[in-house]
Structure formats: structure tokens, C-alpha cells
Design a protein around this ligand. Structure first.
Ligand SMILES: Cc1cc2nc3c(=O)[nH]c(=O)nc-3n(C[C@H](O)[C@H](O)[C@H](O)COP(=O)(O)O)c2cc1C
Length: 313
């Protein structure tokens, strides 16, 4: 049965992306798809090398593979067929046997949401943590749990330092404010339209780094599961793999009733990233800091742009 590409892309775009920029474009080619980075949606201050942009595209690629598997189609993926510098991040051919492990994750695509609130205090079962680690390994990355109190405290300090550095930078605040969008726009950090001007004004004009840093550090220390996602290398290919692994980890978590929040600030501040690497050596090159647990409230669904806007004919 031929694959319904529109339906698969509609699932793929449910993937997470930094600031909900959705920095991907799909193009039909030879019965398959080409995945491009849409660098008009880059975040030059938060993510000057497009590392997180590339990870976001990797997350969409993984989600596409899961959606295709649920339709019964295997996927053959070639990463960066035109080299590391290209906007063409991957080609996808459909066919062959669908991977049952990927197909089983399809219901979790709609169930996964970023959780920015607190988590229930219950710890995460060791068996589930092992499944999360295996999900990262299956996509060529590592997930290193941060369990000891002293390591958690040190990582929490770096998170707070990351917040302080970012909020002290008016350019970073202006970029964040620019991506605060009315929900109807279908992208960005969405909020009711009437709230946007006030929220943007506050973010542009007030350095809230100390308060947010203290809260994030608390959340790092208290996380039911705190983990660093990492890769062997630190090239665009590694970033794609990190994004694919991120999506798979999050889908496995959502399947188990868990959601994740991000504490990536010390990775987004260039001077702090090597300190995270030295702290959590098992992760390799750190690409993401995640806290996982059972959310304290219902999920907040975020908007997406329509498939027509991201799928070229
Ligand atoms: C590579 C990457 C980095 C992200 N970094 C952060 C972050 O630093 N802080 C945060 O709150 N959310 C972060 N997010 C989550 C996005 O903001 C979120 O995916 C987006 O708003 C869409 O919401 P959803 O995940 O609920 O679908 C990140 C997501 C990705 C893929």
C-alpha cells in the first residue's frame, strides 16, 4: 500500500523544536521525501551554530519514521547526502519492512508535550530509565542519568548560571520576545493574542535571570529523573542523531506516562557547555539536559503550521 505522505508529515511536525520554530521543510522527491533546514527560522543568539535547529529537524525526521512505520512502511534514511554544510539534511525513501518498535511509538506522538511546570514527586522506575537509555542508544546517542546529589547540585548551578547569562543579554531577550506569538500564528511560544504585547514588553525590558535561574535550579535538583543527552562527536551529523534520539526518548517517555522539560541553558551558553561535558562525562558531547517525570497538570498542546506550509510539492 502506498504511503500517505501528507499524513506522515502531519505527524512529523508534531516533533518538538527550540522556541517552537519548526525549522523544517519537506520536499517530495522520487516517491520519498527530502528534509531541509529552514534557516529563515534560526535563532542566531540562542543557537548561533544552528545546533538546536539541526536537532529539531532530527526530531521531526524520527517522528516521520515512526509515523511511516505505523502506516506499515519502512524508511531508508540518508543523512546529509550533500555534505555537512548543506541545508539538505536527509533523504527518506519509503519501503521495506516497518520497524515494529518504531510503529508502537506512534500513539505517543500526540501524547508528548514539553512540560514546564513541576513534576509529581514520585521517582521514575529504574526499568523505565533503562528504556529511555536504550531509546537514545538505538539512534546513536547516549542518555546519561544524573543521580548523585553532588552532581545534580553542580549541574543545577550551571543551569542557574546559564539563565543569568542569557537574561542579562538584551539580544537574547529580544530574540525570545520575537518568538512569543499569538496562538493563531501556528508557531513560536504561543499565548493568547491579548497577552502577547505585555509578555513581549516584560521579556524585552526586564532581566528575570535570577528568579528564573533559582526556579530552574530547584527543578534540576528535584527532577524525578535528570539526564544529559549526548553524542560522540559534535558535527551536524551528530546533531541530527541527537535530535532523532531526543524524539525517540520523549516518545518512549510519553508512552510510559512521563513528560520532559528542558534545562538546556548551560549548553546554549558557549562558555558553560564544556563545564557540563566535564561534569557528565558519560554523555559525551552534551546536546540536551532533560528533566522527566509525571506532570502535575494536564498537558499544554502547542500549535503547528499547516502541512501545506512545510511540504513542498
Ligand atoms: C533542540 C530543542 C531545544 C529546546 N530547548 C528548550 C529550552 O531550552 N527550554 C524550553 O523550555 N524548551 C525547549 N525546547 C522545547 C520547545 O520549546 C518545544 O518543543 C516547543 O515549544 C513545542 O512544544 P511541544 O514540545 O510541547 O510540542 C526545546 C526543544 C528542542 C527540540
Amino acid at each position: 500500500m502506498p504511503i500517505d505522505i501528507d499524513a506522515a508529515v502531519a505527524q512529523a511536525v508534531r516533533a518538538p523544536s527550540s522556541h517552537n520554530t519548526q525549522p523544517w521543510l519537506f520536499e517530495r522527491a522520487d516517491g520519498g521525501l527530502r528534509l531541509y533546514a529552514d534557516r529563515t527560522r534560526a535563532l542566531p543568539v540562542n543557537d548561533p551554530e544552528d545546533r538546536e535547529l539541526t536537532m529539531s529537524c532530527g526530531a521531526a525526521l524520527m517522528t516521520l519514521r515512526v509515523a511511516a512505520a505505523a502506516q506499515g512502511a519502512g524508511t531508508e534514511v540518508t543523512l546529509l547526502p550533500e555534505g555537512e554544510d548543506s541545508d539538505l539534511l536527509a533523504t527518506v525513501a519509503f519501503g521495506g519492512a516497518a520497524d515494529p518498535a518504531r510503529a508502537a511509538l506512534a500513539p505517543a506522538i500526540a501524547a508528548r508535550h514539553t512540560h514546564r511546570g513541576d513534576f509529581a514527586a514520585a521517582s521514575v522506575d529504574a526499568e523505565i530509565v533503562e528504556r529511555l537509555e536504550a531509546a537514545a542508544e538505538a539512534e546513536g546517542a547516549h542518555l546519561a542519568p544524573v543521580d548523585s546529589d553532588s552532581l545534580r547540585a553542580a549541574l543545577a548551578d550551571l543551569v542557574a548560571e546559564g539563565d543569568a547569562t542569557q537574561w542579562a543579554d538584551p539580544r537574547w531577550r529580544r530574540e525570545l520576545a520575537m518568538w512569543m506569538h499569538p496562538r493563531r500564528m501556528g508557531d513560536g511560544l504561543a499565548m493568547p493574542g491579548a497577552a502577547v504585547p505585555v509578555a513581549r514588553f516584560a521579556v524585552r525590558h526586564f532581566d528575570m535571570g535570577d528568579r528564573i535561574g533559582a526556579q530552574d535550579a530547584d527543578r534540576a535538583r528535584a527532577a524525578p529523573c535528570l539526564a544529559v543527552l549526548g553524542t560522540e562527536g559534535d558535527t551536524p551529523r551528530d546533531w541530527l542523531r541527537a535530535g532523532m534520539a531526543l524524539a525517540r526518548v520523549l516518545l518512549v517517555a510519553a508512552e510510559a506516562g512521563l513528560q520532559a522539560g528542558y534545562l538546556n541553558q548551560p549548553l546554549q551558553v558557549a562558555a558553560l557547555r564544556p563545564r557540563v561535558q566535564r561534569l557528565v562525562r558519560d554523555a559525551g558531547q552534551p546536546q540536551g539536559v532533560l528533566r522527566l517525570g509525571q506532570p502535575d497538570g494536564p498537558p499544554a498542546a502547542t500549535p503547528r503550521r499547516p502541512v501545506d506550509a512545510v511540504l513542498l510539492p
